[in-house]
Structures are given as structure tokens and as C-alpha cells.
Design a protein around this ligand. Sequence first.
Ligand code: BEZ
Ligand code: FE
Length: 287
Amino acid sequence: MTPLLRQVLGQVNSPDPRLNEIVSALVTHLHAFVEEVRPTEREWIAGLDFLIETGRMCTPERNEFILLSDMLGLTSAVDDVNHAGPKNMTPSSVEGPFHSPAPERDLGAWISFGPERERGMPTVVHGRVLDCDGTPLADAQVDLWQANDTGLYDTQDETQDKGNLRGLFTTDADGRYWFRTIRPSSYPVPTDGTGGKLLHAIGRHPMRPAHLHYRVTAAGHRTLTTHVFLAGDPYLDSDAAFAVKDELICHPVAHDDGGEQWDIDAPYEEIGFDLKLVPDDWTEEKA
Ligand code: BEZ
Ligand code: FE
């Protein structure tokens, strides 16, 4: 440890020991970064200017720092350290910046009401919400959101009605949920801010593989925020938000006819995705 770092750490004296731990570790890692990279003064100021510009991009509707955190894999890293659970649980995955309150809808409802419904592949999504031991969870709330076929959420796009491609469903007595929508498409994360500048500067693309977002709540269980991704998507191995986990990839089934069972016109696709929630009182020791 350098004398300078020792001096800085010696002045971290909050009555809150956790705050001391966090600040001390952060300062230690940043000093190690400076020792390793030896930035010039111009480079250091350019880094600080980048953070200032990031702050200026932020509004109540848009948080460029979260986007940066997503793009650097940090949101996923924080998610991983906070969501340990039984092996068979459905893994969590980043929330992303586009969640907003969804309209309550009946099971089976369409969530797509804009012109994308004419352009997109009709898709039925169904599954069950279960405890990790397989017990169905009735009355669970399944909150869903997805982008349209041009990659925009209703909150980003004046041409979509609010609530388009969103829905809040309540599972039935067998823990089942289902709804009708259009097949999600891969899309770019917003690139008009510092996040986009960084991606461009380091030669990365901004694409996210096609996905649906879920936030599932059930009494006595941890809330699960996650995604389902579609197998075959070209961006599964290079998600701009590093949110893909193998257990979250599902294989859509294409149907050229039929569809009466779901009241959907063929051709259509079917996505089946069960979600296994962790009991509130789960601990590593109990496992
Ligand atoms: C999203 O899927 O909505 C998203 C997640 C992380 C960064 C940007 C967008
Ligand atoms: Fe998304």
C-alpha cells in the first residue's frame, strides 16, 4: 500500500461500518487502477468529463448511469451476488431501464395493440409460476414488458399508446399464465448518450437479443425479475447488457396451422416458459 493510499484510508471514519468498508474498497481499487494504468492528466480529466456528460444525460425518465452499468456487466454482477438460491430456481436478470406500471389484463389477453400487431409474428406465451419444489403458485402477479418490432418501448415512442406491449397478469389456481403478443425482436440499447459513445469507442455493437421482461411476485417468495430470450437469436452471445443465462433461453415452436386452442391465427409461434420462485426464508444453510 502506498503512503498516500494509507493516508486516504486513515480518514475514512463513518459511524456506519458498511459505508467505511464500501468507500475504503472503492478508493483502494481506484488507486490500484491509477498505479496500473498510469493515466496522463489529460486522460484523467477526459474520464471525469465523461462522467459529467453522463450526469447531464440523466432525467427522471432516463438514467444513463444505469445504462453504463448495464453495458459494463456491472448490473449483472450485482444481480449475481444478490440472488443466490436453489439450483433449480429461475435465475434473475437485469431489470433494464424500461419497466413502468403495466395495465392489469385477463389471462389470454393480447398485449399488442399498435401497428406492430399487423407486422409481427403472432405469438402465444404461456407457462406456470412455481415454487422451486414444483408447487404451483396461484394468484402470483406476472408483470411483462417488451419492445415493439422496431425495438422501442411505449415509454420511448410517442406513436405507441401507453401500456402497449405491457401486461400485469394473475396466475390461475394451477399457477398458469398466458397471453398473446408479437414475437419480440432484437434491438439496440439507446446509443445517443455517453453509453453509446463508449460502445462505439471500444468497438462494441449495441444490440440486445430478442427478449421479454418479467417481474413476478408471489406471497411468501422473493420477487423474480428476469427475461426470457429466444433461441437462435444472433446476439445471444454478445448481449449489450450481459443479461443472458442459459436457463433463460427458450425455443419458440412454430405452428403453420391450428391456433384455435389459443384463439390466434396461424402461422403463429408458441413460447412456453415456467418461472420457479425462491421462498422468502431460503438460506444457503437450509439448502
Ligand atoms: C432492456 O432490455 O430493456 C435494456 C436492458 C439494459 C440496458 C438497456 C435496455
Ligand atoms: Fe428490453
